[in-house]
Design a protein around this ligand. Structure first.
Ligand code: AMP
Ligand code: MG
Length: 602
């Protein structure tokens, strides 16, 4: 039996990034850019107006206000798409629309709402003059030439996965086509004498083929081009015929025929075409898996087509597709991120896993109060395809774990999240709580030093009930605060302090976006009421009780031993505490991480 990781590594060792092709930009969504894209133009190409209003000279509005209009002579009008016919001289203005080029001489635009145009119009007044009701500064409502993109700049780098926004940028650069890694063509073949097509009426002993459809849809979702070969019968002749058709593709995916009884036929047919191996992967569902390389002569060149033989059970074939075929397709497309984004969730049901294989349980994930929960989607038989339809995640129950209990934390692969989501930078945070005199601050010091030793960029966050040292009366920062500044920044050659005035005690959720994402880990002290992961320091001498209720804690660090189920770490063994934090909150940080701003998943 081989592990899921070993199987994936083998599959990936046989697939290569495909060659690039030049394509219309609209066909490139989700594909990987195969060229560096530079701009040959400025965007916007000219200074232009960001508002509908009047282009004028800021100087001419000096002293203007609601009750002291400055009157200017309107010398013309310019719409988006045309060039101004006049220039703005002192004492004049030109009526201008959003996007229209700024006339010569003008350096600001005052929007209609800040003029008396409305009044003039409703009273049938004279529009050859305009009253300006506000003082404009130079550059007001003006978009500068090249403020978005400057000619010569590198705009999109090779390797970028094209999303709608990049397609838009390419269009704005005037690029109708672009070079991208081509999409793989994936041939798909269902096997089995019991299968009939979706458009056929059921007959005794027959079932509709669903695998071809589910797999073809998966291939499309991940950017490949599915080519359904149809249904192969459980005979050498039928399979040979179908597989020959699949040799033009970049990859062949078959389903069924790999379980013990059937496998001989598939094996014989595939052995004719190349090499085939039969693996028992340590996973459930989906234990039997065939993998091979088929060879085809193209002129004098031999072409190798990887073949993945998925199990026939509909759930097994989808789960094995996710683990092995999906990364192979992404690799062929030139993508770098192959892992499904995973979160840590609290499982809401007991899941038994006694046969020592890694179990992929179909779950429905919800987010409540900042925490993910995963509930199993009913009966988990590998033929029950609706368990997949109800699921938005696969909970990964480790091999040799005997399963998990409701309330345990599990890793969940999010089926509907894009791989690129893994790129989102998140900021793990853990808080050290404990009674006063328990040694919180000492543990903080030790952990900070330990994580620095491990090469982390660490921020420490301390809640200080009684004011702040750097903001002491008499100091300049204090005086600026007294004078009413909303925030004071104190910088020196080696430090920066940011002092912000508050009207309430901030929660961690409010503080994190201010911290920003430049750190690898935030270690907080206190904040025991918040929902972030917490580790309590317990000191024997202060009694057996804890400050927090055990179900809110991730672990306890103690100099004694407590009668509880939570992980207990030994006071003084900082390496073990750091290992615990690293393993549970840093390396797998999506679930407790703060993204500024926090996003809620449905
Ligand atoms: P096999 O791996 O060929 O022994 O198939 C295992 C189970 O999956 C059997 O119950 C098959 O009927 C079922 N199965 C195989 N292929 C398909 C398919 N394309 N669509 C739906 N069920 C299938
Ligand atoms: Mg079969």
């Amino acid at each position: 039996m081989i592990s899921v990781e070993e199987a994936l590594e083998k599959v990936l060792s046989y697939v290569e990034v495909l060659e690039p092709e030049q394509k219309p930009i609209l066909d490139c969504l989700g594909q990987v850019l195969a060229e560096d894209v530079y701009s040959t133009i400025d965007i916007p190409p000219l200074d232009n107006s960001a508002m509908d209003g009047y282009a004028l000279r800021a100087k001419d509005t000096r002293g203007a206000g609601e009750s002291s209009p400055r009157y200017l002579v309107v010398v013309g009008e310019v719409a988006a798409g045309s060039m101004p016919a006049q220039e703005v001289r002192p004492g004049t203005a030109i009526r201008i629309m959003t996007g229209a080029p700024l006339p010569e001489g003008a350096d600001a635009v005052v929007r209609f709402e800040d003029t008396d145009e409305g009044n003039r119009k409703s009273s049938g007044g004279d529009l050859s003059q305009i009253g300006i009701l506000c003082q404009a500064s130079k550059g007001l409502n003006v978009r500068d030439r090249g403020e978005d993109i400057a000619s010569g700049d590198l705009i999109l780098k090779k390797g970028k996965v094209l999303r709608p926004q990049e397609i838009g940028v390419l269009a704005s650069l005037g690029r109708p086509t672009v070079l991208v890694i081509r999409r793989p063509i994936v041939a798909i073949l269902a096997t089995g004498d019991e299968l009939i097509g979706v458009d056929q009426p059921l007959a005794p002993g027959k079932i509709h083929d669903s695998n071809n459809y589910a797999i073809a849809a998966e291939v499309s979702r991940y950017g490949g081009i599915p080519k359904i070969l149809g249904i192969g019968r459980d005979s050498v002749r039928s399979l040979t015929e179908k597989i020959d058709e699949g040799l033009d593709a970049d990859m062949l995916i078959t389903s069924g025929g790999v379980s013990k009884g059937d496998y001989d036929i598939v094996k014989d047919v595939l052995a004719e075409h190349g090499e085939v191996g039969f693996w028992t992967v340590c996973m459930k569902p989906g234990k039997p898996l065939a993998f091979g390389i088929m060879k085809k002569m193209e002129g004098r060149r031999e072409r190798k087509v990887p073949h993945l033989g998925l199990p026939g059970n509909p759930v097994s074939s989808m789960v094995t597709f996710e683990q092995f075929a999906r990364p192979a397709i992404l690799r062929m497309m030139g993508k770098k991120i192959l892992a499904k984004p995973a979160i840590r969730a609290i499982i809401e049901d007991d899941v038994v896993d006694t046969d020592g294989r890694r179990l992929f349980a179909r779950v429905s994930v919800t987010k409540r109060g900042g925490q993910y929960y995963a509930s199993v989607t009913g009966p988990q038989g590998s033929g029950i395809l609706t368990s997949m339809a109800k699921a938005n995640g696969l909970a990964v129950i480790p091999e040799n774990s005997k399963g998990v209990k409701a309330g345990d934390l599990v890793e969940v692969q999010m089926l509907d999240w894009g791989e690129e989501q893994g790129e989102v930078k998140t900021l793990p945070i853990v808080s050290i709580v404990g009674k006063s005199q328990s040694g919180k601050t000492v543990l903080m010091e030790q952990l900070i030093a330990e994580f620095k030793r491990r090469g982390y960029k660490v921020a420490a966050l301390k809640h200080s009930r009684g004011g702040m040292e750097i903001d002491r009366p008499g100091k300049d920062s204090w005086r600026f605060t007294q004078a009413g500044s909303d925030a004071v920044l104190v910088s020196s050659p080696d430090k920066l302090a940011f002092i912000k005035n508050l009207n309430h005690d901030l929660s961690i959720e409010e503080i994190m976006p201010i911290v920003g994402l430049e750190f690898d880990l935030v270690l907080a002290e206190g904040f025991r009421k918040s929902k972030i992961p917490k580790i309590e320091v317990h000191k024997k001498g202060l009694g057996d009780d804890l400050l927090c209720s055990p179900d809110e804690l991730s672990a306890i660090v103690t100099d004694g031993s407590l009668d509880t189920d939570i992980t207990q770490l030994t006071w003084g063994d900082t390496v073990a505490v750091a290992d615990f934090i690293e393993k549970n909150f840093v390396l797998n940080s999506q679930s407790n991480a703060f993204l500024p701003p926090m996003k809620e998943e449905g």
